[in-house]
Design a protein around this ligand. Structure first.
Ligand code: FAD
Length: 296
């Protein structure tokens, strides 16, 4: 088991920015990614608040630039899920399904996971019909897709998918939580319908493998049949890999400069690419400083 100086869990914008900063300082981190390099950014329709792109840039296009930069800087990404992160005998242990790694310091840039309402996970084959991110649906066309949610993600997903599909946004309350800009764009899109105050009573799959949604709106019962359902019902910090022991030691390890958190996993509702990138760079610089001071 090779002992690495620094391991980074998650190759989204925060983890990538940290890895680039470390490489610049001559350190090659172990960078883990369980899904797709680029993280949540892969879902973004148009990022227009990240400096350097006067007309904005789509999430996937920004991710391909990040991938390119990793390649140019010769930063390898280990395609594995860190199932468990523990701390024993003065080092971190990172266990994937079939391998164990160790490192002296760890940066968690594991982002957030979608909150999936329980009734959706009861659908047979739900993982082929119900989604919480849309990057794998981008290739679909002429499909009917329902999105449940009322925030920026729901409307952003709708704008991406409505280019080639029919999209219906179902808001369970009367209030939208998306930015005014996204709402205006939604109004301009002919492919998106929006229903507010929707009370969903049942979600299932019929014999044609269509998702059937029974709902009530304005005292009327209706049924909606769609090809796919996207749940944009909120996100939670993604820290499932922390062992009980590590969760107990967390404060102590952070204080001693061995464990760091950056990006969406650490920023509450301040979930933006620019913040994640800056945060990743700051964590990397702190780690380099600590390495210098402690002679690790
Ligand atoms: C639809 C949508 C539109 C958006 N639009 C914008 C926008 O216009 N402007 C903007 O600034 N921001 C936007 N954002 C937010 C932006 O995408 C996030 O703030 C940013 O991606 C956060 O980066 P991160 O690296 O902290 O986390 P993430 O991007 O979530 O990356 C975390 C990574 O860690 C990986 N991971 C997690 N656990 C493990 C594990 N145990 N082992 C290995 N890998 C693991 C995940 O697979 C993931 O790839 C948008 C988000 C969404 C969903």
């Amino acid at each position: 088991m090779k002992n690495n100086k620094i391991a980074i869990v998650g190759a989204g914008p925060a983890g990538i920015a940290a890895a680039l900063q470390l490489k610049r300082q001559g350190i090659s981190p172990l960078l883990f990614e369980k899904n797709q390099i680029g993280g949540l950014l892969l879902n973004a329709n148009r990022v227009d608040n990240y400096p350097g792109f006067p007309r904005g840039i789509s999430g996937p296009a920004l991710v391909s630039l990040l991938r390119k930069q990793l390649q140019v800087m010769s930063i390898a990404v280990t395609k594995a899920k860190v199932e468990e992160l523990d701390f024993k005998k003065n080092e971190f242990r990172l266990a994937s399904k079939d391998k164990e790694y160790s490192s002296r310091m760890v940066l968690l840039t594991s982002g957030t996971a979608a909150v999936i309402p329980e009734e959706f996970s009861a659908i047979p084959e739900w993982n082929k019909k119900v989604f919480s991110e849309i990057w794998s649906l981008r290739c679909k066309q002429n499909k009917k897709i329902a999105i449940i949610g009322a925030g920026d993600a729901a409307f952003d997903y709708a704008l991406s998918l409505a280019r080639k599909n029919e999209v219906i946004i179902l808001n369970r309350s009367a209030h939208r939580k998306c930015s005014p800009g996204l709402w205006l764009e939604t109004l301009k899109s002919s492919g998106i319908s929006y229903l507010a105050n929707v009370r969903i009573s049942k979600v299932g799959l019929d014999k044609h493998r269509q998702v059937v949604i029974d709902y009530r709106q304005q005292l009327r019962d209706s049924v909606l049949e769609v090809d796919f359902l996207v749940a944009a019902c909120g996100r939670r910090m993604q820290l499932d890999c922390l062992s009980k022991n590590l969760s107990r030691l967390r404060g102590q390890l952070e204080q001693s400069g061995l464990l760091y958190f950056a990006g969406d996993v650490a920023n509450g509702s301040f979930r933006q690419v620019g913040i994640a990138v800056g945060d990743g760079i700051r964590a990397a610089m702190k780690m380099v400083k600590k390495l210098g001071e402690s002679g690790i």
